[in-house]
Design a protein around this ligand. Structure first.
Ligand SMILES: NC(=O)c1ccc[n+]([C@@H]2O[C@H](COP(=O)([O-])OP(=O)(O)OC[C@H]3O[C@@H](n4cnc5c(N)ncnc54)[C@H](OP(=O)(O)O)[C@@H]3O)[C@@H](O)[C@H]2O)c1
Length: 231
């Protein structure tokens, strides 16, 4: 895909990995709609990105808000080529102690949100002829972790969603990749027992997305597992 002039929606694009992906897309000459629930943070991010960017307040668990996000992006830019399902939520605690509401919220943001966004974006990605969906999963989508069952379950579900969507995309020219990083230095890992300097950088995920977008039409990478350099 020639990136200049292409258009992307990056959910959770106001911070962390999403912001780094938006940066990389803007640098490549793309138009980008970033979404999240915190409008003022999105506006600060859009200013920082200093490109063809629109900040759109949107809760990805809300069907109407997601439809409005996609329509706004298409109206503003004229088309849609790339969706990055990056918005995510983590909740930690052993299963026996985990509140049902926290469990439900993690599944809603990480799984329902990706489904709603892909469903709303699909007709536009199909119309563009060569679309791309990135699902930002996690190492926790490949392995379980005690104390992180809600998160690991949601990210495993996202892997199943991603693989199913990948098959549906083949006949209509839409590629789908799941990205599965280990610890990345963002707000989400601020309280992790790993120093930031020992973590993957958000830019590494962004550079991976740009690299995958640049592959030739017949090459699709279903998943990328990115581990940090530590045992
Ligand atoms: N950091 C890591 O170690 C790591 C590793 C593997 C995978 N990941 C995944 O990477 C993705 C990005 O996380 P991050 O590390 O960059 O953390 P982050 O900075 O906390 O980003 C999470 C983003 O999701 C948005 N968000 C949360 N709930 C939302 C909702 N209901 N609707 C719309 N947006 C929502 C947040 O914006 P608002 O609060 O404004 O809504 C925020 O911008 C997540 O899916 C995460 O699971 C992270």
């Amino acid at each position: 895909m020639q990136l200049s002039g292409k258009v992307a929606i990056v959910t959770g694009g106001g911070s962390g990995i999403g912001l780094a992906i938006a940066h990389a897309f803007v640098d490549a000459g793309m138009g980008v709609a970033i979404c999240g629930r915190d409008q003022s943070r999105l506006e600060r991010a859009a200013e920082e990105l200093h490109g063809n960017v629109i900040p759109v307040a949107c809760d990805v668990t809300d069907e109407n808000q997601v439809s409005a996000l996609v329509e706004l992006a298409v109206t503003r830019f004229g088309h849609l080529d790339v969706l990055v399902n990056n918005a995510g939520k983590a909740a930690f605690g052993n299963v026996a102690d985990l509140a049902v509401e926290r469990w439900d919220r993690v599944q809603a943001v990480n799984v329902r949100g990706a489904f709603l966004c892909a469903r709303a974006a699909w007709p536009h990605l199909t119309a563009a002829g060569e679309g791309y969906v990135f699902n930002i999963s996690s190492i926790a989508g490949k392995e379980g972790f005690g104390g992180a069952a809600a998160y690991a379950t949601s990210k495993h579900a996202l892997m199943g969603f991603s693989e199913s969507l990948r098959e549906e995309g083949i006949p209509v020219g839409i590629k789908v990749s799941a990205i599965c990083p280990g610890y990345v230095d963002t707000a989400m890992t601020a309280k992790a027992d790993v120093p930031p300097e020992a973590m993957i950088r958000p830019h590494d995920i962004a550079a991976t997305c740009v690299y995958l977008l640049g592959l030739s039409p017949m090459a699709c990478v279903p998943e990328v597992v990115m581990r940090r350099m530590a045992l």
